[in-house]
Design a protein around this ligand. Structure first.
Ligand code: SAM
Length: 355
């Protein structure tokens, strides 16, 4: 069984008919903001933001992990935990939010205000990775936010490519703890292994235990890590310089913004990635405010999205109108896919920014 790819939203009042793109396309623009802010409020209380601090034994998270690897052109290999394992091990996992059991029970990718879909890698993430591969964004020395990160592949790419600081945010703490953090560790571990094997080749072995039981499967590399790895390596990983560049947050965007705004200095990001996060018009205001307050003056927001999210009602056209109405950002299309359900990658920058 796998999570079904739908947008069934049982606890939320928004239906596709409530927010109808056609109606908006036919000249009812002025009502857009009202639709978005008043009529589409999520039923669940706002989830408080919190920071997830580094673990004393990060390797524990990778016990029994089954990982997949995505290979896109010249990009570094990106590793992530296989989502089906969550369903199969649902009863053994600690999950204070109870999202694992609820998603399996309701057979849904999304339960608005409860679980926002972060336990799987959504296809627009791959579109954005492909675009970054082709267009070659530079990350060196930059501060990056992966907003609504889920598996965190976009942030992990920035980490591999030399970003100075990478912050990962997801609505659900379970996603951050059981998927994002393990994925980052998995990728840091690979870097560590590469350094180790270089050391070994040159006869400068560090004495650390080498990689896991790796096997090729259907063109994708699968990494199995069945036995508890040695303590020494776990301790080394927690000190790992790449991991030290990362911070992890869960919670609703509005409370996330309030949390980081208290910091001195307040973070400003050169690049904000956000993939498949504009499906619900009820969240546009909080999302826009977060981008507005946290983007550096010359920074870029890369947004990957579908044209329309059936069953929830949001999509690129509505979001573009929302952005236009706010008058803060300009929005340019970088890639428009024509096949099937249309997908897009767009970039937002402050209207005042240099192009
Ligand atoms: C469909 S998932 C996409 C996950 C990932 N970006 C990807 O492309 O695979 C949507 C993500 O948006 C985030 N999200 C949605 N609504 C949110 C809200 N109101 N506050 C905070 N995060 C939200 C969640 O973290 C969730 O993981």
């Amino acid at each position: 069984m796998s999570f079904c790819f739908n947008f069934d939203v049982p606890v939320q009042s928004t239906s596709p008919d409530d927010v109808d793109g056609n109606e908006l396309q036919h000249g009812k623009k002025d009502n857009t903001a009202k639709y978005m802010e008043d009529d589409a409020k999520p039923a669940e209380p706002v989830k408080e933001a919190k920071e997830h601090l580094p673990l004393s034994d990060p390797q524990l998270l990778l016990r029994d992990a089954v990982a997949e690897t995505v290979t896109i052109g010249t990009l570094p290999l990106l590793h992530f935990l296989n989502e089906t394992v969550f369903e199969k091990t649902v009863l053994e996992r600690e999950d204070e939010e109870e999202i694992l059991s609820r998603t399996v029970e309701q057979k849904s990718d999304l339960i608005s205000g409860v679980y926002e879909g972060g336990l799987k890698v959504w296809e627009c993430t791959y579109d954005l990775l492909e675009l970054l591969e082709k267009d070659g964004e530079t990350f060196g020395g930059k501060a990056v936010l992966d907003l609504g990160c889920g598996a965190g592949l976009l942030g992990i790419l920035a980490l591999h490519r030399g970003a100075r600081q990478i912050h990962f945010q997801d609505y659900n703490s379970t996603v951050i703890e059981q998927l994002t953090v393990p994925n980052v560790i998995l990728n840091c571990q690979e870097e560590e292994d590469e350094v180790d094997s270089e050391d070994d080749k040159e006869g400068r072995g560090t004495g650390k235990v080498q990689g896991e039981d790796c096997c090729k499967k259907n063109g994708k590399q699968e990494v199995k890590d069945g036995s508890p790895p040695p303590k020494k390596r776990a301790a080394d990983l927690s000190q790992h310089h790449s991991l030290a560049k990362c911070r992890f947050f869960s919670g609703d965007w509005s409370t996330f913004l309030a949390l980081v705004k208290k910091e001195d200095p307040q973070p400003k990001y050169d690049i904000i990635f956000t993939s498949e996060t504009i499906y619900n018009t009820a969240y546009y205001s909080a999302l826009h405010e977060t981008l507005h307050r946290l983007l550096a003056p010359d920074g870029l927001v890369y947004l990957a999205t579908k044209s329309h999210y059936f069953g929830v009602g949001g999509g690129l056209h509505l979001f573009e109108m929302f952005v236009e109405q706010r008058g803060v950002f300009s929005l340019d299309h970088l890639w428009d896919g024509e096949e099937g359900l249309q997908r897009h990658v767009v970039v937002l920058r402050f209207r005042t920014a240099k192009k």
